[in-house]
Design a binder for this molecule. Sequence first.
Ligand code: ADQ
Length: 491
Amino acid sequence: RGLLRTQLRGEQVIVVSNREPYIHAKTDDGIVVKRPASGLVAAVEPVMRACSGTWIAHGSGSADRDVVDANDRVGVPPGHAEYTLRRIWLSAEEEQGYYYGFANEGMWPLCHVAHVRPVFRESDWEQYKAVNQRFADAVVAEARSEDPVVLVQDYHFALLPAMVRARLPRATILTFWHIPWPNPESFSICPWRKEILEGMLGSTILGFHTRYHCKNFIETVDRFLEARIEHEHSMITFNDDETLVESYPISIEWPSDAERASWAPAPECRRRVFDRLGLAADTVLAVGVDRFDYTKGILERLHAVERLLEKHPEWIGRFVLVQIAAPTRDLLEEYQLFQQRIARTTERVNERFGRPGYKPILLFAQHHDHDALTEMYRAADVCVVTSLHDGMNLVCKEFVSVRDDEQGVLVLSRFAGAAREMTEALIVNPYHVEETADALHRAAIMPPAEQRERIASLRMTVRENNVFRWAGHMLADAGRSRLRQRIDERV
Ligand code: ADQ
């Protein structure tokens, strides 16, 4: 945190993302503030608290308009403001085309190998372009100098970097792509592939979670644009502008001493959760926490539980998966169908293996607050992350970060970016039901000493490579680029 402040030395930082870090909502008890279920917000928010500045995002809460000033700004976190949130209001038509349409029916499935076909509508693309321009205008309006540091977040804003670059040529634009980047063949089906690549190359630095995604991006540019590529330095020159393409594995804020002191002891968390859910004392509790998204491998997880109970009937009555799934993008049909399918499969498996007082799968399709998730992670024997494809995945990092008792087993998909760092987890291919079921069995019988050995090492990795290191690396690279720019301008 302190290091970040030093690195920034009074530079103005502007973040752009679709999702806002705080949502004001009207309730019967007045206005309440909610935190969205979003990996992006979980990671970028602590960084923003450390460096002040302005965060520009789509105002989506029912009371969002009631709390802003005349310039649509509000200080956050509420009650002890550390930075400014500037809200952008989108019409229903803009939100439909830009957010639900092009971003989430086009770009999201385009970038994830999850076998859902992307949808490309001309009208969505028009809205996507227009909304990118609106956010770019807001960045320019917020800029107090000609060279602010602009942090652009995610696939909602592929066009914005070049739009900002056109108006603020000396800005340092860091774009972080939170989702995977596909190979050139997969990407080539997008009708606007050139425009998207050109937009992104307005960035000074373009960050992905892994080297593999960087390599895919560089190959895609090589295939579709006339650009100079220096592979050795991961540098792309296009229209005389340079973009560094680098991997910055994202992470979480490691829990502070004060936060740790507020936790109930792990056995107490376990007792509370077991009481609440009516679980027998000898139950092995596995937990899954995800946005309710088809890329997260929730169906494959349920199939693995079913196979576990088939193969090892000794677990019937003693193995329970609690699946917590936060509703997301539920105006889209693909998401509605997916949620129905999960509900049906849960019911079927519960009918097949349930007994009076016992259900193998407990599905909670609800958003849970931070404390409730912490309690659940601390109560669990196993945390199951079976994404079919995931840029990073933060749930696995959150799980190990709260297990200061050094107990608990992580089962982790090889297709999550996190699998590259978290090698002491039980790594699985979620498409292989048998393998995943075997990993659940192995997790359920793992002796405490082996659990300790694995999770202690995982905890060290996440503690070291926390979110401030992610931001610090990116900002250090930005600092070098700014220095070079100043030197070049002097010559
Ligand atoms: P997401 O796809 O949102 O993030 P992830 O990284 O797992 O995925 O983060 C999800 C966040 O939402 C976590 O902080 C989790 O605690 C929270 N969450 C999930 N379910 C919840 C629930 N039911 N209630 C409350 N909170 C819940 C995208 C990419 C990821 C990448 C992140 C950050 O898809 O691959 O890791 O951005 O870059």
